[in-house]
Write a protein that binds this ligand. Structure first.
Ligand SMILES: Cc1ncc(COP(=O)(O)O)c(C=O)c1O
Length: 377
């Protein structure tokens, strides 16, 4: 593939920080690099506490334990999301209840949430698709009114904001991903962000195999022991050292991604006008991070043809999210609150284009090839 869909970006400082972690000889979790990364997240996002994890999946599982959902409890979320959003709650016996998405941002449609609330509803998961914020004011109002928790799945949302508030700072908790397809990466990686004070102490314990080890190291208890359920959710220092190199360059990485995103966006404007494609819509309230550039083709047949033809030209483009409510696990363990026509339609029409740092050198050829391909459908 000449232009792959994704190419992980390295800043050039990763090996230097890895060698420092090696030299220090502290390889397990919560050493200097983990602390640097957590402090950076707390300062940049403004969350009360950031806890690095192995993945966003791990952080979502922690959030489900913290939410204390019981078998049969319900959690509202979009069906247009990654499996981990729902799986984390199914692991606890809870039932994901799917709500349709908005046709503009492809985020959960906040106007459809209240109709999905039942006496068993405990939480809402707001997935910020493509790093564009959900309508958080409405979602937080609904949560307050019905006494529900809000968990932001900000896997794709680092360095984005809603009405000036960084994504991850608004809900009771939030989760981030540093998987190699994301804007800041450590191969696999993630973080749980805690905003509501009542979850601070327990979050640390759950991440440390259900022990109060962190309190012991701070001298708050004289021995540490097993006090709750939990697992081993913390990454080692090697991962954190890699991530630290990325965090140091976060502003430059985001700016370069935004520049690439804008080239696509400006270039495709005439095709949108001609009715050939629909471009992403970013509401004025949202500052996004250029996590993804996607196009909406008119229908499934043309989307399939488009991806196949681009592949022949050596360009990697992919569809995104087979709706969870139609998956074998979705049918068995989850429930759709109503028909989900927008989810179905967008899932059929969406195609993600390559967007990685280094694409700058191939951008002119890439956009011409894509435009040509759209013209030939
Ligand atoms: C919305 C969403 N949530 C969760 C995840 C899982 O992230 P991770 O691979 O870090 O576990 C992803 C991964 O792409 C995602 O897109």
């Amino acid at each position: 593939m000449d232009i792959p869909f994704n190419k992980p970006y390295m800043t050039g400082k990763e090996l230097w920080f890895l060698s420092q972690a090696h030299a220090k000889g502290h390889l397990s979790g919560d050493g200097t690099f983990t602390k640097n990364c957590a402090a950076w997240l707390e300062q940049r996002i403004g969350c009360r506490k950031a806890l690095l994890t192995h993945s966003c999946t791990a952080a979502l599982e922690m959030s489900a334990i913290l939410a204390d959902v019981k078998p049969g409890d319900e959690v509202i979320m979009p069906s247009f999301t990654f499996v981990s959003t729902a799986n984390a709650f199914v692991l606890r016996g809870a039932v994901p209840v799917f709500v349709d998405i908005r046709p503009d941002t492809l985020n959960v449609d906040e106007t459809k949430i209240e109709a999905a609330i039942t006496p068993r509803t405990r939480a809402i998961v707001a997935v910020h698709y493509a790093g564009v914020g959900c309508e958080m004011d409405s979602i937080m109002d609904i949560a307050r009114k019905h006494k529900l928790l809000v968990i932001e799945d900000a896997a794709q949302g680092i360095m984005s904001a809603y009405k000036g508030h960084p994504l991850g700072s608004i809900g009771h908790m939030a989760t981030l991903s540093f998987h190699e397809t994301k804007n800041l990466i450590s191969g696999e990686g993630g973080a749980l962000l805690v905003n509501a004070p009542q979850f601070l102490e327990r979050a640390e314990i759950i991440r440390e195999k259900g022990t109060n080890r962190s309190q012991f190291f701070r001298g708050q208890v004289d021995k540490y022991t097993w006090v709750d359920i939990g697992s081993s959710y913390l990454p080692g220092e090697i991962i954190a050292a890699f991530l630290w190199a990325q965090m140091e360059d976060a502003d430059a990485i985001t700016k370069r991604r935004l520049d690439l995103w804008k080239i696509y966006h400006d270039w495709f404007a005439p095709l949108e006008k001609a009715g050939k494609v629909r471009r992403p819509i970013v509401p004025a309230t949202c500052q996004h991070n250029a996590h993804m550039y996607y196009l909406l083709l008119p229908d499934l047949q043309r989307r399939t043809e488009f991806i196949a033809k681009l592949k022949e030209r050596g360009i990697g483009a992919v569809f995104h999210y087979v709706p969870l409510h139609d998956s074998p696990m979705g049918l068995k363990h989850c429930r759709a609150s109503a028909d989900l026509p927008v989810t179905r339609e967008m899932s059929d029409r969406l195609v993600r284009l390559p967007l990685w740092l280094g694409l700058e050198d191939h951008m002119v050829d890439t956009i011409h090839q894509i435009t040509d391909t759209i013209g030939s459908l």
